[in-house]
Ligand binder design. Structure first.
Ligand code: NAD
Ligand code: UGA
Length: 461
């Protein structure tokens, strides 16, 4: 018999903690879950009566929060109380790339993880199961165990690794119907306690248990393989543009080979998101730290190819617009790193905009879910130019039609479905001629746009 979990605390109310625990709360109404965070504004937003103000946008999330919130799902800033009362504590805090000291720009910054461990150790008065939900370098559990055992009050801690594989935009469906759930650990009773929670809605044959290190390393490996597929097809997209091959046709042809598989072969302006680059950099750093230079260099290429793809997209715009974009208005359709999310972390749009702004372009952005403050913050963070200059050169508007008004060119950066449904004849009417479209997502219909006399360029064609 495994220990029955009655109360869970999740530290970190972000893109993973919020949706993941909402789904656990929905599927396990008998478990009381409190999600805590140091960011009081974020907690207030999770508690906002108006569900449109939740800090994370995910299809299906609002309905689940409406059902479970204040029933068995709570959002709070009282971290100590939630730790004290919980039988099981998930750590779901951010693990960004380090931006200082040793490993700067490569290693994962584990300071937030360590702070959580120290706080758990200080507060806990009875045995706890501590679950790594954040993505962590392999062997982090050993550091966590050392902190918990050496700074605690003599209680027992069991550490589990339970990496999260959800993708943003499809988080709820990924959580409700996961390909697999991975649980790594050393203590059978602790593993069984977590297996029992997932078994409320995931079939047991999809719940995989491994040792701690395999679980930690599998998460980094999964992201590296996924990103590598995108970089591989993007490298081929460049070759397609030179040879008359069409990258969608190549993807389809290779993807029908069951050994290759059809998913994750969509050429794009480059992958973004908070994790692919961070996790590969981390993998490269770990490989180097074990002296595995060839392994490190192999995975590093995935990032170099992604940087090349973003640069290539921007260069193509400049070259096609008669080698200058100075003073020209470019309309950006989309800023999020993929559709159906308001997340912009590492979005290709940020880097493409930055290249074009350095060439003195003027950019007007429309994204259905991303706020103007977020867009300016993304550009300011690069420190390429002053915040005043970013605000003077970039305008954020509320409709795509407004964005495209008087534009020399349109760049499609995110694959939002609504872009396909626009009245493109109306858009063209109000643009400068010739009217150019650069489709970084291969989203639009070439024939429809060419019939309207657009000059249409798509990645990989
Ligand atoms: P996030 O930045 O959205 O959320 C992390 C939250 O943790 C923040 O709200 C922050 O205030 C809070 N926090 C940090 N330190 C804290 C502390 N000491 N006490 C209390 N709260 C604290 O990050 P995220 O996107 O949810 O990612 C979290 C982890 O999950 C990362 O390791 C990431 O790699 C991994 N992951 C992310 C995704 C994704 O799609 N975003 C998917 C799988 C795994
Ligand atoms: C990714 C993984 O898919 C998740 O399994 C993982 O849990 C998560 O990272 C994480 O660890 O954070 P996410 O980044 O949310 O999820 O979204 P993806 O669907 O993987 O897309 C990542 C980027 O690759 C996006 O910019 C997307 O547009 C791009 N992409 C994806 C392509 O360009 N082509 C594709 O075929 C697929």
């Amino acid at each position: 018999m495994s220990k029955t979990i009655k109360k869970i605390c999740c530290i970190g109310a972000g893109y993973v903690g919020g949706p993941t625990m909402s789904v656990v709360a929905k599927q396990c109404p008998h478990i009381e879950i409190t999600i805590v965070d140091v960011n009081a504004a974020r907690i207030a937003a999770w508690n906002d009566e108006n569900l449109d103000n939740l800090p994370v946008y995910e299809p299906g999330l609002q309905e689940i929060v409406a059902e479970a919130r204040n029933r068995n799902l709570f959002f709070s800033t009282d971290i100590e109380k939630a730790i004290d009362e919980a039988d099981m504590i998930f750590i779901s805090v951010n693990t960004p790339t380090k931006n200082y000291g040793k490993g700067k720009g490569m290693a994962a910054d584990l300071k937030y993880i360590e702070l959580c461990a120290r706080q758990i150790a200080a507060v806990a008065k009875n045995d706890k199961i501590v679950v790594e939900k954040s993505t962590l370098p392999v062997r982090t559990a050993a550091a966590l165990k050392s902190i918990l055992d050496n700074t605690g009050n003599g209680v027992n801690f069991h550490i589990l690794s339970n990496p999260e594989f959800l993708a943003e935009g499809t988080a709820i469906q990924d959580l409700i119907n996961p390909d697999r759930v991975l649980i790594g650990g050393e203590n059978d009773e602790a593993i069984a306690a977590l297996v029992d929670i997932y078994a409320h809605w995931v079939s047991r044959d999809k719940i995989l248990t491994t040792n701690l290190w395999s679980s930690e390393l599998s998460k980094l490996t999964a992201n590296a393989f996924l990103a590598q597929r995108v970089s591989s097809i993007n490298s081929i997209s460049a070759l397609c543009e030179k040879t008359g091959a069409n990258v969608d046709e190549v993807s389809k042809a290779i993807g029908m080979d069951s050994r290759i598989g059809s998913k994750f072969l969509k050429a794009s302006v480059g992958f973004g998101g908070s994790c692919f680059q961070k996790d590969i950099l981390n993998l490269v750093y770990i490989a180097r730290s074990y002296g595995l230079t060839e392994v490190a260099e192999y995975w590093d290429q995935v990032i170099l190819m992604n940087d090349y793809q973003k640069q290539r997209f921007a260069d193509n715009i400049i070259q096609t617009l008669y080698n200058t974009v100075s003073g020209k208005k470019i309309a950006f359709l989309g800023w999020a790193f993929k559709k159906d999310t308001n997340d912009t972390r590492e979005s290709a749009a940020i880097y493409v905009a930055d290249y074009l702004l350095s060439e003195q372009a003027e950019i007007t952005v429309y994204d259905p879910k991303v706020s103007a403050e977020r867009i300016y913050a993304d550009l300011d963070y690069l420190n390429t130019r002053s915040s005043e200059e970013n605000r003077a050169l970039v305008k954020v508007v509320n409709t795509a039609y407004e964005a495209c008004n008087d534009a020399h060119a349109i760049a499609v950066l995110t694959e939002w479905d609504e872009f396909k449904r626009y009245d493109w004849a109306k858009i063209k009417e109000h643009m400068k001629k010739p009217a150019f479209v650069f489709d970084g997502r291969k989203l639009l219909n070439r024939k429809e746009l060419e019939d309207l006399d657009f000059k249409y360029y798509a990645i990989g064609e």
